[in-house]
Design a protein around this ligand. Structure first.
Ligand code: C2E
Ligand code: MG
Ligand code: MG
Length: 722
């Protein structure tokens, strides 16, 4: 201790409070650094001003509080003018730090260039603040320590910039803890500048403070501290409220964007960019309304045909697809699509409705002549070699033509054109055929099939096969989808894609549906008895949803078989759900009230609005295979997937991906956060008897076992209702 100078000390309470203020101010400043720029990187003036004001005041107040707690055995007061200027310097430091630290890119140059001015402003605040205590004779500075305080200020400024820059990413994991930690460190750095500066002060014995009647005293200290805390708290709360408002706004606008994408997807074929089936039928219906012929008329002379449908099917596409691979197949389909489009006249519609099936819609005074000309052009165009696929690759096509009103109402036109195409193909392909009555064998066949289906249930030809749904992260399986199978004595396995629409058309779906509900519940009970409590999803058709007794049927089956309602999932297609939403709202509610889970099937093929899903009592969303199948090849498909998964999760829906065929698709789906995966990559649908052995093998291979469903402990396996 040098005897020439007064012994000084710091009031510990003032030191502690001033540190807390510095840390709090840092926390608020880090929070604001996130809002200072909008998404395009422009400075948001009000947040910048509020941030500079809060941060500057906080830092200044830290310093001023500590100064008020500085004890030297003489009365020390502060001249108001210089004190005010020192506050301004602190606000200036804050404004530079926030403007630079919140830039889109923090280059080394910007960091170096900004650090100096910020540190300078901090030092000005500090030393000007000290000069506000007007001492006679002046302070005998310890210059090496003054220099050290400048070094600490530089370090503090650089650290603040880096922290602002690093912590403003809203997706940062553990952001709040990081922010708290960073604030505590930044507070320490700010306090260090002050106390290093104070360590450089040496007051000669006999010093007098001529501003002793200026700002001073405990009351002022308490007031400054309280006001600063209130100010910082208010700014922080406003900032948090603003963040919440913005994130809600973002959710709303991304819902809108994803809806728009889905709408587009609902009408456009993703591969070729042509209109898809839905849009084609829409146009066809419109054309029918424009040219209403005698409906269902057949035989030529009713009136001049006005509408023609050409059904174009590529001959030999499958072998090329297999020989050259799917990517080449896709290229070929795109090329074929563009050739067809070149054939079409303005006003014609060309659409792709299935893998290698295209349809054209023509409206013409003399649609018959126009259709024949078009058929010739199409045959010509598709005969040209597809040399981009490989040397000498070429194929032909078969074209079927149906006219309205000659061959019937517009709603049967595609079916009839297809029958004509099949006839053209049967006679060797590479030609066109116009529909004739005898080609309608299909229709008669449907009637036969329908009669056989009526007896199928009684004869025990129907069964349920089960396809596992695996948890994306662990691979564990505790849920399956029941898919109906019809083993026809002569035809073999008939696909549900064939007989379900038939059953719907001929009023059989009620009986089939009831059988499925009962059989699935019985199977769940059998598996329960075997110690396998899993969840089984059944498909419910649009027509079943129109039966008001459906909830009672479901509840009855659950009770009869003594199973937990949580074990049953009802898959309802998106379209069925949306079609009669007003009428079904209550029915869906009743089903949910039973305790069964509701799942939206084939999501992405209909027109539903994601925003609308918020209001439905559904738990799960199944992405249609069309949304899944291109994700390994198409960035657009991945973007849609990403948006849909994010939003489904925001609506607290569990997401299942259907039709997962490859490991690559599974990997992408997993990384996008899908909850469950279903598809041939995991397993094909199998009879009930094969499921348990399969599960055991699967668990041995993967070393995982999923918890049982329907017991108390596993309610968390399924997502909570939205
Ligand atoms: P869905 O409910 O969307 O069922 C998924 C379909 O995708 C099933 O076809 C399944 O076998 C098939 N699938 C599964 N994994 C893959 C894969 O990796 N790749 C491909 N390409 N396909 C895969 P399935 O069994 O032919 O059933 C077709 C549709 O028939 C079902 O579509 C469902 O809508 C309907 N359906 C099936 N069983 C029933 C039922 O019991 N009642 C009702 N109302 N409809 C049913
Ligand atoms: Mg399904
Ligand atoms: Mg589906």
């Amino acid at each position: 201790m040098d005897p020439r100078f007064i012994a000084t000390s710091n009031d510990p309470w003032a030191v502690a409070t001033s540190y807390l203020i510095a840390a709090f101010a840092s926390y608020v400043a880090i929070d604001l650094a996130r809002r200072v720029r909008d998404r395009d990187g422009r400075l948001v003036a009000r947040w910048w001003a509020a941030g500079a004001f809060a941060m500057g005041t906080g830092v200044w107040s830290m310093h001023f509080m500590a100064m008020l707690g500085f004890e030297a055995g003489i009365v020390i007061g502060f001249a108001p003018g210089k004190t005010l200027l020192s506050w301004l310097a602190a606000v200036l430091a804050g404004s530079i730090a926030l403007a630079v630290g919140a830039r889109a890119r923090l280059t080394r140059r910007a960091l170096v260039l900004a650090t100096g001015p910020i540190a300078a402003a901090i030092l000005v605040m500090h030393y000007l603040g000290m000069a506000a205590a007007e001492l006679v004779p002046g302070i005998a500075w310890d210059w090496p320590i003054v220099a050290a305080s400048a070094g600490v200020a530089l370090g503090t400024a650089a650290a603040a910039l880096l922290i602002f820059f690093r912590l403003r990413d809203p997706r940062l994991a553990g952001r709040w803890t990081l922010q708290l930690g960073a604030a505590l460190v930044m507070g320490l750095a700010i306090a260090a500048v002050h106390f290093t500066g104070m360590a450089a002060v040496r007051m000669p014995l006999g010093s007098v403070c001529i501003s002793g009647d200026g700002l001073r005293g405990f009351g002022l200290q308490a007031l400054t501290g309280t006001l600063t805390f209130v100010l910082l708290g208010a700014v922080l709360l406003t900032s948090i409220a603003d963040a919440r408002r913005r994130s809600e706004g973002r959710l709303r606008s991304s819902l809108q964007a994803a809806d728009d994408r889905l709408q587009r997807l609902a009408f456009v074929d993703a591969l070729t960019g042509l209109p898809n089936r839905a849009l084609f039928y829409d146009r066809l219906e419109h054309a029918g309304a424009q040219h209403p012929g005698p409906s269902g008329a057949s035989g030529g002379n009713a009136s001049t045909p006005r509408v023609a449908v050409l059904f174009v099917d590529l001959d030999g596409f499958k072998p090329i697809n297999e020989a050259y691979g799917r990517t080449a197949g896709d290229t070929l389909l795109r090329a074929a699509a563009s050739r067809l489009q070149q054939c079409a006249r303005a006003g014609d519609t060309v659409a792709r409705i299935a893998s290698d099936e295209f349809v054209l819609l023509l409206e013409d005074e003399d649609a018959a002549a126009a259709a024949l000309q078009m058929a010739d052009r199409v045959l010509q165009a598709l005969q040209q070699p597809f040399s981009t696929i490989g040397p000498g690759v070429s194929l032909s096509c078969s074209v079927g033509i149906a006219l309205h009103p000659d061959h019937g109402a517009v709603d049967v036109l595609v079916e009839r054109a297809e029958a004509a195409m099949a006839a053209a193909k049967r006679s060797g392909g590479g030609r066109w055929a116009v529909f004739e009555g005898r080609m309608a064998g299909d229709v008669a066949e449907q009637v036969t099939l329908q009669q056989e289906l009526r007896g199928a249930l009684a004869r025990g030809e129907l069964s349920l096969h089960y396809q596992p749904k695996a948890h994306a992260a662990s691979g564990a399986v505790n849920s399956v989808e029941a898919l109906m199978r019809w083993q026809h004595p002569q035809r073999g396995w008939v696909s549900p894609a064939v007989f379900i629409p038939l059953a719907e058309r001929f009023g059989l779906i009620g009986a089939l549906g009831d059988w499925v509900i009962d059989e699935a519940c019985a199977q769940i009970a059998r598996w329960n008895a075997d110690g396998r409590r899993c969840q089984v999803a059944i498909n419910v058709s649009a027509q079943q949803l129109r039966q008001s007794e459906l909830p009672a049927r479901v509840a009855g089956a659950i009770q009869r078989h003594g199973i937990d309602p949580l074990q049953l999932v009802l898959e309802i297609t998106e379209t069925a759900m949306m079609e009669n939403i007003a009428a079904q709202g209550a029915l869906l509610g009743e089903l949910a009230a039973i305790g069964v889970r509701l799942s939206i099937d084939d999501f992405g093929t209909g027109y539903s609005s994601l925003a609308y899903l918020r209001r439905l009592p559904v738990h799960q969303l199944k992405l249609d295979l069309s949304l899944v199948q291109d994700i390994d090849r198409d960035a657009d498909a991945r973007a849609v997937l990403h948006a849909v998964v994010q939003l489904a999760h925001a609506l607290r829906l569990e997401v299942v991906a259907e039709g997962v065929e490859t490991a690559e698709q599974a990997r992408i789906l997993r990384s996008q956060g899908c909850d469950l995966l279903q598809g041939w990559h995991i397993a094909r649908p199998m009879p009930a008897a094969q499921l348990l052995p399969w599960l055991e093998q699967h668990e041995r291979d993967r070393g995982v076992r999923a918890p049982a469903v329907g017991t108390q402990s596993t309610a968390a396996v399924t997502a909570q209702p939205a």
